[in-house]
Design a protein around this ligand. Structure first.
Ligand code: BYC
Length: 325
């Protein structure tokens, strides 16, 4: 089905229909699944929403790793609930993408064979309990910064999914900050652990917003279609401006010696992440890419008997219904 849609992109689109579509976008109207849309709009949405869904699912792995090792029963219950929320986010997003004519199985297969991506951040390991704080604070913090504007995105099902996701995401960010606060106010060893987590996850979190605007291949068209509401650099700047005072409140140091308040621009000047590292990570060569994809492949293979069973059951019911008619 997906291949057919991509092929249909090659067909010429009527300039009048394209102009009318753009006028709807410019007027702030929502595009719904049954509305006419340019093939490129559909394809970009499937790429972005599918990638977003995969990120939620793969994103369970670094945190799931700590559920059995959470320091208290309360922390375990909170982390478990958070990881379950991420599964739910993945499902809302897969459903939103499915309204565009791609199936969840097709998207999963594209993830597993490398045709689709997931967020770079989940290719970094979570080495200590403090990483659970830093992930909630920084990773969910960066995710919200990106997702709040996406509540106003032009495609109705994506926009509605984002409204629900954002409500849960702000709880995630706060629980992460609460873990960091506890660690930062704890023993010197606990504070050092929190600082170490911040040191390791700061730049990977900045990478979540995507490459610099100059290297972003999709931003211009995606912003014209209101699939994206801000550029990558705009959101990265907002994230730094919001997060630096939070780090100061914790008594932790952002690992960037060049960090400096710039009164003229009303924001911080800060160091760019290592973009070579970013491109290595998104092309499969990050610290945990192999492990993450192996886990997703295993889950897919282990679930085959369930999918086969469900299909066989549906087939039997269908045949019984036909026989009774
Ligand atoms: N990682 O033209 P650009 C969460 C790729 S999960 C990997 O700027 P675009 C959570 C990009 O795909 C939240 N790849 O792209 C879950 C493109 O390559 P292709 C995840 C990246 O799409 C569990 C190329 O680089 N949030 O919060 O206009 C636990 C050029 O980039 C990344 C979303 O998915 C990256 N970071 O902008 C805890 C938000 N960045 O596809 C937390 C929705 C770029 O041409 N997505 N690439 O081969 C978006 O807003 C946009 O897709 C992005 C990138 C801002 C990420």
């Amino acid at each position: 089905m997906y291949a057919q849609m991509v092929k249909s992109e090659a067909t010429q689109e009527d300039p009048e229909m394209l102009a009318a579509f753009q006028a709807r976008i410019d007027a702030g109207e929502k595009i719904e699944p049954k509305d006419w849309m340019p093939a490129g709009y559909r394809k970009t949405l499937i790429r972005q929403i599918g990638q977003h869904a995969h990120s939620e699912i793969v994103g369970q792995l670094p945190e799931g790793n700590w559920i059995t090792r959470a320091p208290t029963l309360e922390r375990k219950a909170i982390l478990l609930a958070k990881v379950q929320d991420e599964a739910g986010h993945g499902l809302y997003l897969y459903c939103a993408a499915e309204t565009l004519g791609v199936t969840r199985d097709e998207m999963t297969e594209m993830l597993l064979d490398g045709r689709m991506k997931y967020s770079s951040i989940f290719n970094y390991p979570t080495l200590t309990w403090a990483d659970m704080g830093a992930v909630g604070w920084l990773v969910d913090g960066a995710a919200i910064m990106n997702q709040v504007p996406l509540q106003r995105t032009s495609f109705g099902p994506y926009s509605r999914a984002m409204i629900r996701v954002c409500k849960e995401e702000s709880f995630h960010q706060r629980q992460g900050y609460a873990v960091m606060m506890k660690m930062a106010q704890g023993t010197p060893a606990q504070k050092a652990m929190a600082q170490n987590a911040l040191n390791r996850l700061w730049f990977p979190s900045l990478m979540m917003f995507g490459p610099s605007d100059a290297d972003s291949t999709h931003s211009v068209q995606s912003m014209a279609w209101k699939i994206k509401m801000n550029t990558n650099d705009e959101l990265r700047q907002k994230f730094v401006d919001q997060t630096v005072p939070q780090a100061e409140y914790l008594g932790l140091t952002v690992p960037d010696e060049t960090l400096n308040w710039n009164a003229e621009k009303g924001g911080y000047d800060f160091a760019e992440p290592d973009w070579d590292e970013f491109f290595e990570v998104i092309t499969g060569n990050g610290p945990c890419n192999t492990e993450r994809l192996a886990a997703r492949n295993k889950a897919w293979d282990d679930g085959k008997w369930v999918r086969d069973g469900l299909l066989a059951h549906a087939q039997k019911r269908k045949m019984r219904k036909v026989a009774a008619e």
